[in-house]
Design a protein around this ligand. Structure first.
Ligand code: SAH
Ligand code: SF4
Ligand code: F3S
Length: 458
C-alpha cells in the first residue's frame, strides 16, 4: 500500500519469498493475501525455493493425498535449509491449523506455523525473523472475534481479469467426512459493505469478473446483525458498473433457495454456472454423510434451476467409497450422474480424516474397490462432458478473455459464462475484453474456436 509502510520494513527489502499453495480456491486466495503482505514488506517473488530467503507452504488437509504432497515438499526443504541456515520456513493453511505443535516438533527446521485465521501475523513474523533470534512461533487461534475479518489485508492477485473475494469464513455443516469445520472454524460472514468496497476497487483496477468465495455461500448473512442474505448481497454487487460478471462457490444443496434462483435469473451479470456438490446418489449414504438432503430433493433443486435458467451449466463433487457404500449405493451414484448429466465433476475416493465422525463408521471400503469405483465414475462422466461440449460446435459464445493459454502459448484463453474454457487466436488487445467466438472444435476439457468480433463493453 503506502510507501511509508514499506520504508519502515527495510530490513526485508530486496529479500525473496517462495510461496507454494496446496488445496482449494480459498487457499489460493489466502496465498494472494500472503503475497500481498510479503510484497508490501519490500520482498519479491521467487519461482524456486532454492533462491528464496523466506518459504511459505500454504497447506491443505482435505484428503490424505493432499497432505502427502505437502510432506514430500517439506522433506525436500531440510537440505535446502542445511545449506542456507538463514532461510526461514513457514507452514500455513489447514495442516498448520490442524497439527500445530506436532508439526513444529516433527520438523525442527520449520520456523513458523500459522492457520487460515492468522494470515495477518505473517507481517509481524517476517520482521521478527529478520532479527534472526532463532525463536520459533505458532499462531493458530481461530478468530471468532469478528474484528479479524474486518481487517483489510493487502492482496497481490495472480490475474488481472478475474478476481476472487472472500465473503465468508469457516463452515458449520460438519459433513461426516470433512475436516474443514475443524481447520477453518465456525461459519462467519464478512460485512457486506467491506465486500462491496473490495469489489468496487477491483472493478476500477480493471477486473471484469468476480468470484465470491465461501464454503457455503448460500447461508451468507446468517447470525449477522444486518438483515441481509446471499441474494441481497448479489443485488448489491450487481450495482457495480464495471464489474461485468459475478460467480460464486460453493453452494450447499440444502440451502439453495428459490429466492437465489430467481435472483440469478433476474441479474444479467450472474454467470449461468452453478457448482452444487451432490457427493452421492444414495439416500442412505447422503444421510450417513450428514448432508441434509435426499437425492430427490437435490434433483428438485436442479429442476428448479434448469426451469428458470435452461442454459445454465451445473457441476458437482462426488465421493466414492464412503464407509458402508454397497454396490447398490455406488450404482445409485452412477444413475444420478446419468440422470443429471452434469457439465463436469470432481470425483474423489473417500479419505478418512482425523476428528471427523465418518472415521468411526462401520464398513470402510478397501482401496481397490474405491479405485475401481472412481474410474467407473470418471469414465462415465468423461463421455457425458464430451457429449455436452460437442453440442457447442458451430455455435457462437461470449468469452471474457483472460490471457495467453499456459498449454498452447500462441492462443488466447477465456471462459464462457457457463465456465467452459475457450481457446482461440487473437491479440493482446483482446485481453480483459468480451469477444464472440465461433466454436469449431470441442475437446474433453476445452473448446476451440475462431474470433468473430470484440464487444464494445470492456
Ligand atoms: N464446501 C464445499 C467444498 C469442500 S471440499 C462443499 O461443501 O461443497 C471439496 C470437496 O472435497 C467436497 O465437496 C468433497 O467432495 C471432497 N471431500 C471433502 N472431504 C473429503 C474426504 N474426506 N475424502 C474425499 N473427498 C472429500
Ligand atoms: Fe466440508 Fe460439508 Fe462444510 Fe463443505 S459443507 S466444507 S463438505 S463440512
Ligand atoms: Fe483444503 Fe483447507 Fe481448502 S483442507 S480444501 S485448503 S479449506
Amino acid at each position: 500500500m503506502s510507501m511509508d509502510r514499506k520504508t519502515k520494513k527495510n530490513n526485508n527489502f530486496g529479500k525473496r519469498f517462495y510461496l507454494h499453495t496446496f488445496g482449494c480456491q480459498m487457499n489460493v486466495h489466502d496465498s494472494e493475501k500472503m503475497a500481498g503482505i510479503l510484497s508490501e514488506a519490500g520482498m519479491s517473488h521467487s519461482n524456486h525455493f532454492n533462491n528464496a530467503d523466506v518459504i511459505v507452504l500454504n497447506t491443505c488437509s482435505i484428503r490424505e493425498k493432499a497432505e502427502q504432497k505437502f510432506y514430500s515438499e517439506l522433506g525436500r526443504l531440510e537440505t535446502v535449509k542445511k545449506n542456507n541456515p538463514k532461510l526461514k520456513i513457514a507452514v500455513a493453511g489447514c495442516i498448520a491449523q490442524q497439527k500445530g505443535d506436532a508439526l513444529l516438533k516433527r520438523f525442527p527446521y520449520v520456523d513458523f506455523i500459522f492457520g487460515p485465521d492468522n494470515i495477518n501475523n505473517l507481517e509481524t513474523w517476517i520482521n521478527f525473523s529478520a532479527q534472526d533470534t532463532g525463536e520459533r512461533l505458532k499462531k493458530t487461534a481461530l478468530a471468532y472475534n469478528p474484528e479479524y475479518h474486518f481487517m483489510e489485508l493487502p492482496v497481490k492477485r495472480e490475474e488481472g481479469v478475474r478476481a476472487w473475494v472472500s465473503i465468508m469464513y469457516g463452515c458449520d455443516n460438519f459433513c461426516a467426512y470433512c475436516i474443514v469445520p475443524y481447520t477453518r472454524g465456525r461459519e462467519r460472514s464478512r460485512p457486506a459493505r467491506d465486500i462491496y468496497r473490495e469489489v468496487s476497487a477491483l472493478a476500477s483496477q480493471g477486473y471484469r469478473e468476480v468470484t465470491l468465495l465461501g464454503q457455503n455461500v448460500n447461508s451468507y448473512g446468517k447470525n449477522m446483525p444486518e438483515n441481509i442474505d446471499f441474494s441481497d448481497l448479489l443485488c448489491m454487487i450487481h450495482e457495480i458498473e464495471d464489474m461485468k460478471r459475478i460467480r460464486f462457490v460453493t453452494s450447499h444443496p440444502r440451502d439453495l433457495s428459490e429466492k437465489l434462483v430467481n435472483t440469478m435469473n433476474k441479474l444479467p451479470k450472474m454467470c449461468n454456472h452453478l457448482h452444487l456438490p451432490l457427493q452421492s446418489g444414495s439416500d442412505k449414504i447422503l444421510f450417513q454423510m450428514n448432508r441434509g438432503y435426499s437425492y430427490r430433493e437435490y434433483k428438485d433443486k436442479i429442476m428448479m434451476l434448469r426451469n428458470a435458467l435452461p442454459e445454465s451449466a451445473i457441476t458437482t463433487d462426488i465421493i466414492v467409497g464412503f464407509p458402508g457404500e454397497k454396490e447398490e449405493d455406488f450404482q445409485a451414484t452412477m444413475d444420478a450422474l446419468k440422470e443429471m448429466e452434469f457439465d463436469g465433476i470432481f470425483a474423489f475416493k473417500y479419505s478418512p480424516r482425523p476428528n471427523t465422525s465418518a472415521v468411526d463408521l462401520p464398513g470402510h471400503i478397501d482401496e481397490k474397490a474405491k479405485s475401481r469405483r472412481l474410474s467407473e465414475v470418471l469414465d462415465l462422466q468423461s463421455d457425458i462432458t464430451y457429449r455436452k461440449n460437442k453440442k457447442f460446435e458451430g455455435s457462437t459464445v461470449e468469452v471474457l478473455v483472460e490471457g495467453y493459454s499456459d498449454t498452447d502459448k500462441d492462443k488466447l484463453t477465456g471462459r464462457t459464462g457457463s465456465n467452459k474454457i475457450v481457446n482461440f487466436h487473437g491479440s493482446d488487445n483482446n485481453i480483459g475484453k468480451f469477444v464472440a467466438i465461433n466454436i469449431t472444435e470441442a475437446k474433453q476439457h476445452s473448446l476451440y474456436g475462431i474470433l468473430i468480433h470484440s464487444f464494445s463493453v470492456s
